[in-house]
Design a protein around this ligand. Structure first.
Ligand SMILES: [Zn+2]
Length: 279
């Protein structure tokens, strides 16, 4: 599932490729992929708009159109947003297709159809059309501090792994980078969130920022469907410490990495490096 580094990588690719280009044609092959408004309005409203900026908030891609309207995309499990030459064949799982004035095309494909697109009319804002945006926690690379984390985690009995996935606590972190940051902090994923000490919260904040920065540099992580806006895979999976490495040796101490289910999500950790903090 694309997380902050993958979505940031897609945004950078879009920025490099579509700014100043205009939407010339819209096709919706799967109506479920359009969350707002109805498909007919979505199609007719987008035509003629120019891409003026591309931004990210948490895992949302927020594209401004003529500086007034907007197009928002959430890739969820398997969404892919790829800019390509106009003559490139449609992807098997193509759901929404944008033809651009330059002759290029944007293919939004999504095997599992959990991803969503929104058109935001001039009279509205991203936040009014997508109320969840207003509830998102701080951007980890810009506004997260140990004090903020301490405030939002205090008295919480849920385990730290689950808390890190809560988008209202920190925006943009998912399963991969939660596991990686906890490993690099030496914190066991099953620790109650409210039990973390200040020095641990400082370390966790630092490692969250370091791992996200490193993953953005690597173009994100590709395990199944994610690619950047040019259709290229990420590379972070080759350097991950624990995520996706269950049964393999810890890169630090050679203990075999374990995988357990926490809140329904696969959680990878080293029982030696993350031992002392275990319940
Ligand atoms: Zn280890």
């Amino acid at each position: 599932m694309p997380e902050l580094p993958e979505v940031e990588t897609v945004c950078r690719g879009l920025r490099a490729n579509i700014l100043g280009d205009t939407i010339a044609g819209v096709e919706v092959l799967r109506s479920d992929s359009v969350e707002y408004p109805d498909v007919k309005t979505f199609k007719s409203s987008l035509i003629g708009h120019e891409f003026s900026s591309v931004n990210r908030r948490g895992k949302y891609i927020l594209i401004s159109l003529n500086g007034q309207a907007g197009l928002a995309v959430h890739l969820r499990m398997s969404g892919r947003l790829i800019v390509m030459p106009g003559d490139k064949e449609p992807d098997r799982f193509l759901r929404v297709h944008l033809r651009l004035k330059s002759g290029r095309q944007i293919q939004y494909s999504d095997m599992r159809v959990f991803g969503r697109l929104w058109y935001v009319p001039e009279s509205e804002s991203f936040e009014t059309v997508i109320p969840t945006l207003a509830e998102l926690g701080p951007e980890p690379l810009e506004h997260l501090t140990a004090n903020i984390l301490q405030e939002s985690l205090k008295d919480r009995k849920q385990v730290i792994k689950t808390a890190l996935l809560d988008q209202r606590i920190i925006a943009g972190i998912g399963n991969i980078y939660a596991d990686e940051a906890l490993f690099l902090s030496g914190i066991n994923p099953l620790r109650p969130a409210g039990s973390l000490k200040k020095n641990e919260l400082i370390k966790l904040t630092e490692t969250i920022q370091a791992v996200l920065t490193r993953a953005i540099e690597a173009g994100g992580t590709t395990f199944s469907d994610y690619t950047n806006a040019e259709g290229v895979n990420g590379r972070y999976q080759h350097e991950a410490f624990v995520y996706g490495r269950d049964g393999e040796k810890c890169r630090v101490c050679a203990t075999v990495i374990e995988r357990v289910k926490v809140g329904g999500r696969s959680t990878h950790f080293c029982s030696t490096c993350q031992k002392n903090k275990r319940l």
